[in-house]
Each structure stands twice: as structure tokens, then as C-alpha cells.
Write a protein that binds this ligand. Sequence first.
Ligand code: KPL
Length: 315
Amino acid sequence: MANWVIVGTGALSTLWAHGLQAAGANVVLYSRHEEDRKGVALAITQHLHEAAEGDKVCAQTRQFSAIGSVSDAPDDAIWLVMVKAWQVQPLLTELAAQGLTQATLILSHNGMGAGTSVQAAEADWQIYDLVTTHGAWRKSRTHSMHAGLGESWLGKRHIGADSADGKSGSVEPPPWFVELAKALPPLHWEHDILHRRWQKLAINCAINPLATLAGADNGELRNDEYQPKIRAICEEIANVNPALDADALVKQVHQVAAATATNRCSMLQDLTAGRRTEIAFLNGFICREGERLHVATRANCELVRQIQQLELLRV
Ligand code: KPL
């Protein structure tokens, strides 16, 4: 069994931490902030993970230990980094500054355009991307709700590959893949993870701002009034990245909105909790790519404006 370090205190990192520990792996949580570590340690004693599958609801509590520096982690640890898009770059810089070299890192975050410059500098890192459509939210600091069953894909990241014309690395799954797949199934090995990240980007560009502006759970977006908006967002994304098909993206948005109907999307959670949203890495990324490639992205840019206005109002 491999040694895992989980970075991030959100609902999804809790799901993976639970799953890995249940699969028999050695799991520790990482945070630089002493307060967080105390919180995490306390939280873990009460950590509840609820999986709602139809009428079946189960709750579980698990205990973890927390570390505050790279030197406390096992040398061969696999770092599963599940933080907000805007935290990726500072976090990777922090880990590099603490001497994390020749490490395996799995990055899982919404959006595009986060953390590429540090990756380029840290050529010793083996970087994988994890894309997931599970829906989860934190009921409280110590209690995560698994509100929507999804699926996940893992693949090797190619340095600097976020742009529409980038390429993923095509290699075979690493030996620890099976362990990770047991933690929160289904997990698929993906040769073209960049394509999968673009698909997930489109899902988030549609669901997150629309559900946030509606102030509602994802299921709200199944109503007719949202269909033209979802289509416009997906068509613009497919124009920016012609490897994507607008109809297929719309279908995926519907599938995820239905599967996570009772979930509050992460953007709505962020806004409500007074955190910065990931809009700049979602629709904001599409606007920047559109500008770079001279492709119109009006619907996406309008959502950026509206969400940023909400962020300002909240301050
Ligand atoms: O990724 C999500 C998010 O909320 O950020 C989805 C899959 C849309 C679930 O809510």
C-alpha cells in the first residue's frame, strides 16, 4: 500500500481521504497552518462522510493525523492536492520551497490555467491530473456530504498543456492507480486527460455560475429557462476548442446537473462562505482563450462580470 498525503480541507479531499484509508492505505493530511492542523485533527475525530444513494444514507467517522511540513511526509508519498484553482500556484511554490523534489503529485481542481509555471520549474515532479464529477459539500468544517455520485479520470499531465492547443502525456497507469481506484470508484485511466479537463471545464462553466446566480442546488438547471444559456456557454467553449462537440457538452452538463441535483456547487459554497470564487479559472479562462484565439465568448464573459459583481457586493 502506498503512502498518501492529502492537501486541501474541502469536501472532495475528505471523500478521497476516507476512501483511501478504507482501502487500507496510509493517509495523512497536510496543512501549513497550525490552526488548520488542530482543526483537521479535531475535525477528523468527528469526520462524517455521508453517501446518499437513493434512500440509503450512511455516515462514517474516521481519524487521521496531520502534518505541517514536507519533511514530516514519507519520502515515497503520493501528494493528492485538492485545493481551489487560485491556491494551486502558491501551494506548489510552498512545497517546492520546502524541498519537495522527485515527488509524485496528483492535482485535482476546477478550471484551467492554475499552476503551470511552477510545474515547468519542477521538472522532477511526476504530475497527474484527477478530474472528478462527484458532488460534495461541507455541512460544517468536520462534516462532508457526498451529495452526488460521479466518476473520475486520472491521467499524466503534460507541462504547460492547459491551452486549447496543448497535449496530454500518453503513458500507462502507475502502480498505485488500482489503490486510488478502490478509494472512490469509478476511476478511469485516461490517456488524453487534457480533453477530459476541458469537458469538466465546460460542465463547471455552465453549472457553477448559473446555479450560483440562481442561488440554488444544481438540479435547478434542469428547468427550461436555463437551456438557452447552457447551450450558448457550451457552443462558445466548443468554438474556442474545436476538439469539443457542443451537443456532447450540453448532454454532459445535463447529466452532471441531474446526478448532483441536490448538491450546492462549489462556487455557491465559496460565495456564501466569503471565499474567493474560481470564476477567473472557469469562464474567465474561456474569455482569455477567446481573446487569444479571436473567438467570440460573450455568454461566458457576461457570467464572469455577473459573478465578479456578486463578489464585490459581498465585500
Ligand atoms: O464540480 C462541481 C462543482 O460544484 O464545482 C460539480 C461537479 C458541478 C458539482 O457541483
